[in-house]
Design a protein around this ligand. Structure first.
Ligand code: DX5
Ligand code: ZN
Length: 223
């Protein structure tokens, strides 16, 4: 059993007309943080939410808010997301020309800094910043949409990032995002992930949000 296991429901698949209720239900079921996907229609082919929604969610939960920025010009919006109440900001290495500076700025704002990689980006892209992050997020689908199929190659990538973190930054979280459900959760945890981000499986599952949160935690601990 991994005491450091964190379940992060992604509100991308929530019912936005009942967002407060969905978040409250996830919190009551023992979710560890709330994952908020920000998409700009430029870095990824979809548009979602901005600081306004982060602020709204901030007002209705005690949980940390993990904001995943899938946007081209992250530097321009870091302050706005910090002021809106984000607890961590995770940026894509593919989208940041000066990734080291961006991570530094996130920490200056008092937030946890995360770096994430698309499935097609070599893990080596992390090598020079691995000691400067609080979180590495391995994308296990191509970002932009919920309810996509887990890319199997992600297991090897998680193992590689875990080895890197063990060497240089063992305190950091290793998150995995995309296609996480009761079938994939155990294997990604075994590969070294400790934070499971899940949208469809939690908010669009067969059962209630709380049942799905519990089922995912159980599945994660089952291997
Ligand atoms: C995809 C987002 C994910 C998304 C995952 O670009 O970053 O956070 O919500 O969705 P599921 O869990 O449905 O694959
Ligand atoms: Zn995400």
């Amino acid at each position: 059993m991994n005491a450091n296991l964190k379940i992060a429901p992604s509100i991308l698949s929530a019912d936005f007309a009942r967002l407060g209720e969905n978040v409250a239900e996830a919190e009551a079921a023992g979710a560890d943080l709330i994952h908020i996907d920000v998409m700009d229609g430029h870095f990824v082919p979809n548009i979602t939410v901005g600081p306004l929604v982060v602020e709204a969610v901030r007002s209705i939960t005690e949980l940390p808010l993990a904001v995943h920025l899938m946007i081209s010009n992250a530097d321009q919006y870091l302050d706005a997301f910090a002021h809106a109440g984000a607890s961590s900001l995770t940026v894509h290495v593919e989208a940041c020309t000066h990734i080291h500076r961006t991570l530094q700025r996130i920490r200056e704002l008092g937030l946890r800094a995360g770096a994430t990689l698309n499935p097609g980006t070599p893990i080596a892209a992390l090598s020079e910043i691995i000691a400067d992050v609080d979180l590495v997020l391995v994308m296990s689908v191509n970002p932009g949409f919920g309810n996509q199929t887990f890319i199997e190659r992600s297991i090897t990538r998680i193992e590689q990032v875990r080895a890197m973190l063990n060497q240089e930054n063992p305190q950091a979280d290793l998150a995995v995002d995309g296609g996480i459900n009761a079938n994939t959760a155990g294997r990604v945890v075994k590969a070294g992930a400790n934070m499971l981000i899940a949208g469809h499986a939690i908010f669009k599952g067969k059962h209630s949000v709380s049942t799905e949160v519990l089922a995912l935690r159980q599945a994660a601990q089952s291997i």
